[in-house]
Design a protein around this ligand. Structure first.
Ligand code: CDT
Length: 310
């Protein structure tokens, strides 16, 4: 039996502040139908795919931002997407902000849910590495206050058996950290889905601005190769509320090669066939972890957060 998954990486162009959920979900459904016509098994959407990237604005009273979060999934706005996916028999992975009021507490997470072909949720991943800043920094041209709007996940990285393979998830900044891929590599992941929003301007060090595309490909390709897994990074790009963001959606093979890539900064479906058995060629040879890894000498990896002099 073949284990080739046809993956549609559904890049989004900008979502403006005035765009309501209904108009965004209509765009997601257009891409889903295009994916079904192309024979895709699974569609991956970007991070925070239902709204504009709202951490670019700071509000003193965080409850004023409640409207950017979902409180249930599916909900009245996203149910049409779930229904259409089930009708078409195509799965998807969707990023959104979650305001979780279960258990008498209130938690704000940046999440991605993996949805099976029957419209049921396979798993929901919460972003682990939350970049940016906690407080208002008015000197920046725009804010990146993710650390104000989201908690870092205490759960780490999971891998789910779905679509005939082992699927992992990460969100945007997670892709820059080798630990993200390795945590999933150690769970035998075969396909990692990652939505992102990456502004081209990085205020703390603008010399990185021109390197955004290079760094995006660098981490996705090295993470894929070093762990023998497919990696799909899906952009919400273009000029959103005056902020230009990277539009470089990639499907990367376990060899580290880019199989498919977006060519626009708008809504665009990028399709690639992912033969999950290709992972074994790397995992069973050069990266046979059981044979070659040396966890006994990697003790700093979990005992230290950052560099430390002995
Ligand atoms: N969404 C997200 O995580 N974006 C960050 C931007 C850089 S940190 C301000 C990223 O790693 O792409």
């Amino acid at each position: 039996m073949t284990r080739t998954l046809r993956v549609g990486a559904a890049q989004l162009g900008p979502i403006q502040r005035s765009d309501d959920r209904a108009s965004v979900v209509s765009r997601l459904i257009v891409l889903l139908r295009e994916a079904a016509d192309a024979g895709c098994d699974l569609v991956a959407y970007p991070e925070l795919a239902l709204t504009t990237f709202f951490p670019r604005w700071f509000v003193d009273d965080i409850t004023e931002a409640d409207h950017w979060y979902e409180t249930a999934m599916p909900n009245e706005h996203t149910q049409p997407l779930f229904d259409e996916a089930r009708r078409l028999g195509v799965g998807f992975c969707l990023g959104y902000a979650l305001l979780d009021r279960d258990g008498g507490t209130e938690n704000r997470w940046n999440v991605q849910s993996l949805v099976d072909r029957d419209g049921s949720i396979v798993g929901t991943f919460r972003k682990v590495h939350i970049p940016g800043h906690e407080a208002h920094e008015p000197d920046r041209p725009f804010q990146h206050a993710e650390r104000y709007y989201f908690e870092p996940s205490p759960l780490g990285f999971g891998v789910w058996e779905a679509f005939g393979g082992r699927i992992g998830m990460m969100i945007c900044n997670d892709r820059r950290w080798p630990e993200s891929y390795r945590e999933m590599g150690l769970q035998d992941v075969e396909l990692i889905l990652c939505g992102y929003n990456t502004p081209l301007h990085y205020a703390p060090d603008p010399s990185q601005d021109v390197l955004q595309g290079f760094h995006n490909a660098l981490v996705a390709q090295s993470g894929a190769y070093q762990n023998g897994t497919f990696v799909v990074v899906v952009a919400k790009g273009g000029v959103e509320e005056g902020v230009d963001s990277l539009s470089d959606t990639l499907v990367v093979a376990p060899s580290g090669e880019i199989l498919a890539r977006s060519s626009t900064s708008g809504d665009e479906l990028v399709v690639a066939d992912c033969d999950l058995d290709w992972c074994r060629q790397y995992r069973d040879t050069l990266f046979d972890m059981h044979r070659y890894r040396r966890p006994e000498v990697y003790t700093r990896l979990t005992s230290q957060r950052g560099p430390q002099l002995d």
